[in-house]
Ligand binder design. Sequence first.
Ligand code: PLP
Length: 445
Amino acid sequence: MDRTFLIKPVLDADYPLIDYGKGVYLYDAEGKEYLDASSGAITANIGHGVQEIIDAMQEQAKKVSFVYRSQFTSEPAEKLARKIANLSLPNLNWCFFVNSGSEATETAMKIAIQYWQEKGVFTKTKVLSRWMSYHGITMGALSMSGHTGRRARFIPLLEDFPVIQPPYCYRCPYNKEAPECGYLCAHELETIIKRIGADHIAAFIAEPVIGAAGAAITPPKDYYKVIKEICERHNILFIADEVMTGFGRTGTMLACEQWDIEPDIVTLGKGMGAGYTPIAATLVGDHVMEPVLKGSKTIMGGHTLSANPQACAVSLAVIEYLEKNKIIPEVEKKGAFLMNELLELQKQYPFIGDVRGRGLMIGLEFVQNPADKIPFPRDYQVTERLISLAQMNGLLLYPAGAGSDGVSGDAVMIAPPLTISNKEMEELIKRLKETLQQFFEQYIN
Ligand code: PLP
């Protein structure tokens, strides 16, 4: 193909040209088949080319694709808000629709600050978060992110929001094991609150299972209970960033259901449109909206395409598809199958130091030596090499470790469409094994 001026992630890289997708498979213009074991960027939750979604798109496009939200509301937007409220936790009844996960987390930050302002508190403006987290690429979202690689260029422009250690049990900073550790990493939140003063903190934001910067770092059982208790005691809102984990990725509609906590605000994205349309949302608890309803009666977060009827119709069709085919209830079982297979591979390839995750969001972290967990030197480019070998073998993996953030060890995530069949999972493992064997022969042996 002739060179164009499309800005791609790596400007001089030679990306294959996609032709079409069907189910868990993608096909490029040369006819090469790829098993999409990462759902793109953990997004294509129901697979590619689903006819029901194409039909829903056409149907809505025939009626109206765009209206300005200050002039009209629309049936798809109203229906979607109601549906999401019904599917999520009881207190989360309000929905603000945006176009990307970054906008959803920025909106969450703004709503948290506005909540305190409506109550007459103007000093609570900081949002605390965790090291090795990722909440999006816009300036507010980056300010809340502990993703060194993506922050580096803009540090002087970012808000200096404090971060605490993540629940990274594989490399526990305290060198202890849960639950005997007493959740020391969660208790760091209290230390930081005391240092800064709760009067200056609007909220704490966390991904229930850490994705892009941590490769499925999954906290132990009572971790979020400790976090939520500290937040409540200090009058700090808890925002669960479920942009990656939401919409069934970890086996429940929201991942935080599995830790039995109810956040004050939740963000959704990725799986919400399943890649068929840009759409994301900020869900807000009744108690957070109450002072806004009594006060300014508006959320300061307008986006031209917010609550776009076309996007909302597609998201509704994605939910209908998930429900009709009972996809989310199967995720735990499928995840357990994949996890067992991956643990078997770990026995054969000890450079897989850790296998972790929930449901169909599984991370593999690679180490030079499993006994002391020493990471590979960065210039070995382990993540990049594995991903490129996998791609040659027709397997798409998601880079989520040092290859992307420079903090955690080399790691990839395996997160196929939730619709993946047993046979396809076996094929995924077969292609992964081939890739690991080649990597072993070329770079380790
Ligand atoms: N929050 C989380 C947890 C994410 O994983 C991401 C993207 O990976 C975002 C926010 C940002 O979403 P987007 O890329 O749609 O802006």
